[in-house]
Design a protein. Sequence first.
Length: 184
Amino acid sequence: MVTEVFAPAVLVVLVTFVVAIHAAGWGRGFLFGFVAMFFAAGLPYAILHLKIRRGVLGDRHITRREQRPVMMTIGLVSIAVGLLVLWMLDAPQPLFAVVWGICAAVVVCLAVTMWRKISIHTACAGGAVAALAVLVNVWLLLLAPMVALVGWSRVVLGDHTRAQVVVGGAVGFAVAVLVTSALI
């Protein structure tokens, strides 16, 4: 249940909406959040499910490392289009920062994935905590135990080793702090 509740797509939706609404208020923030969510999570997730139905991918968590690069590349293209749309809509800078952070984290995770498996779940959880702390309120660092909980769930399910979840969480957190801090 923890793996599903804190799945990357769920966290991306949550973080993009929280940052967008925090930066632009409810009305415009909801519109910006929807655009960011669609390109950073919705469209890639829909394509993922299509690929599963067609038998190209095994499962929605893309358990097999060799299947991950194609989906991550599709995600990067979608995020790039989303950044362009957000720019055209004159979205607030904190939302750009979080979406660029997502993009950078996917690039780093893709590079690691070429040689080793990394936990995208913990990378996303670590990135979510860091981005919210930098862009919304530093007290949101109190959500950090969530990253450990997500890591625990991935290890218990047998999808990752402890090292893979630790590296994922560290990568996600570090990339989010560096990118969001640099862009606000």
